[in-house]
Design a protein around this ligand. Structure first.
Ligand SMILES: [Zn+2]
Length: 43
């Protein structure tokens, strides 16, 4: 499973606000947006 570099406080903030969180994909180094609940990339 792909891992993402995401500080815990960024995840918690996104969960509180109901927003997506931005992080860097550890595989391709691209900026991606994650669904904060599912922790899966959003296209
Ligand atoms: Zn990637």
């Amino acid at each position: 499973m792909t891992q993402y570099f995401t500080p815990q406080e960024v995840v918690e903030e996104a969960l509180e606000e109901g927003t997506f969180l931005e992080t860097i994909c550890s595989y391709c180094q691209n900026r991606i947006r994650l669904d904060a609940r599912a922790f899966e990339p959003v296209q």
